[in-house]
Write a protein that binds this ligand. Sequence first.
Ligand code: FES
Length: 135
Amino acid sequence: MTAAHVETARPTTPGTELGTPATEVSTPGPAAPVRGKEHVVGRVADIPSGEGRAFVAGGVQVAVFRMRDGSLHATQAACPHAGGPLADGQTDVDVLVCPLHLYAYRWSDGASTSGAAPVRVYPVREQDGAFVVTV
Ligand code: FES
């Protein structure tokens, strides 16, 4: 196992370093397994409760959501239907709804409940106030 690549979505100020470097992991999943590296992408406080924001993790554009219950979700940033900005979508506990044409995608596996191609979901977790996305 090797140390993970660590990056930030925006410059940090001295004394506000993001958490301890994450470790490389393998994360199996039922729809589209993500077997990548963990990346410290930003601070949880960067995302208002109940909203999403777009970031880059390991060169991949991702949308990260901070749910009202404190949980985190991450998907690809562009909607597979027509490229809509998923970070601006509406959420509930089960699905993300794209703001452009209102196609819905399940958090659990990225499958569309509207008949579209699935969205890629990424494992995300909190570590010392930062969020860590595996891509
Ligand atoms: S671009 Fe997302 S539903 Fe059409």
